[in-house]
Design a binder for this molecule. Structure first.
Ligand code: F6P
Length: 343
């Protein structure tokens, strides 16, 4: 078989571990492994791909990024991109493993409905793919958030300051909440559970009344400005295409300015940005990316197309792509409440 592998959307630490797992297993069974360059872009105009050999896959489990390259490529503007991808898969590959987040898996599901021999792999640093407890990259991201908060803690305490830390999380608060929980943030502000600016000020004042003269607030980049007393002027990006890039929209700075202006606190902002996506994956990401990558290869061999290996109850389970492709998994109340206890 000619088995293609692509990575689409934003990169995430652990992608190479998944490519390695699926690729190595396929090579061992005597198949050709084709690395498609730059996500869907590699299938649209010309077929941009090259064979992957054992030597390409060796030593990459601990490397961040993706050896295949990736792009945020809009297949619907101009129209016809999806049909071209469908044709290209038919002409060039016997199966395709598409590693990506909700946008990628929506396309994969559309292609599978039209007969493409496609299997997904769950990846999004934001951890909000439906139907899976694990997404490639998330564990590394929250480890970086936690380490950053550890560092900010000492300087915040020394200067009696409020530190606002903006994390990734385009539509959901998983990174802010679990990174914040691990790093001891005393307040997390996330899209799922909106807070007013007055409530945030009261939180800082409550700490002050209890002798805690500094505060660390983790805010997800996707929090709507209007919930904080601002105006949400631009359409929020769903794919990073056509809308605003959330990190440049500046919710962290906006919140910091409001806190200074309305309450007179001494505030500093740190936007963690792409530091959360760069560098080596954690052991957790390496292991689970390997497991879902191996699961995708198994699905290909068993011709279970239109599916995606997900993680549920610590097991890799194969489910239809339609189960992950229809929305975002929101942060549960229970985790959010736990974040509010320790301050
Ligand atoms: O989807 C993952 C993510 O890291 C989001 O958290 C973030 O908003 C977006 O990608 C940034 O994308 P880009 O690298 O294209 O700016």
């Amino acid at each position: 078989m000619r088995i293609g592998i692509l990575t689409a959307g934003g990169d995430a630490p652990g992608l190479n571990a998944a490519i390695r797992a699926a690729g190595e297993l396929a090579l061992r069974d005597g198949h050709d492994v084709i690395g498609v360059a730059n996500g869907w872009a590699g299938l649209v105009h010309e077929f941009t791909a090259s064979p992957l050999y054992d030597r390409d896959l060796r030593g990459i489990i601990g490397q961040g990024g993706t050896l295949l390259g990736t792009e945020r490529f809009d297949l619907d503007h101009p129209a016809g991109g999806r049909d071209r991808v469908l044709e290209s898969i038919g002409e060039n590959l016997d199966a395709l493993i598409a590693i990506g987040g909700d946008g990628t898996q929506r396309i994969s599901s559309w292609l599978a409905d039209r007969g493409a021999p496609i299997v997904g792999v769950p990846k999004t640093l934001d951890n909000d793919l439906l139907g899976t407890d694990y997404c490639i990259g998330f564990d590394t991201a929250i480890s970086i958030v936690a380490e950053s908060l550890d560092r900010l803690y000492t300087t915040a305490a020394s200067h009696h300051r409020v530190m606002v830390v903006e994390t990734m999380g385009r539509s959901t608060g998983w990174v802010a909440a679990l990174g914040g929980l691990a790093g001891g943030a005393d307040l997390v502000v996330v899209p799922e559970f909106p807070m007013t600016i007055e409530e945030i000020i009261e939180h800082v004042n409550h700490r002050r009344r209890n002798g805690l003269m500094f505060s660390i607030i983790a805010v997800a980049e996707g929090v709507h400005l209007d919930t904080l007393g601002g105006v949400e002027s631009s359409r929020l990006s769903t794919e990073g295409i056509g809308g605003v890039r959330l990190a440049t929209r500046g919710v962290g700075n906006f919140l910091a300015n409001k806190l200074e202006e309305l309450a007179g606190f001494d505030v500093r902002t740190t936007v963690l940005g792409h530091l959360q996506r760069g560098g080596a994956p954690t052991a957790h990401d390496r292991i689970w990316a390997t497991r879902v990558g191996a699961g995708a290869y198994k699905a290909v061999i068993e011709q279970k197309f239109g599916t995606i290996p997900v993680v549920r109850n610590n097991q890799v389970t194969l489910v239809p792509l339609t189960e992950v492709a229809g929305g975002q998994r929101k942060l549960p109340r229970e985790i959010y409440d736990l974040c509010s206890i320790f301050f």
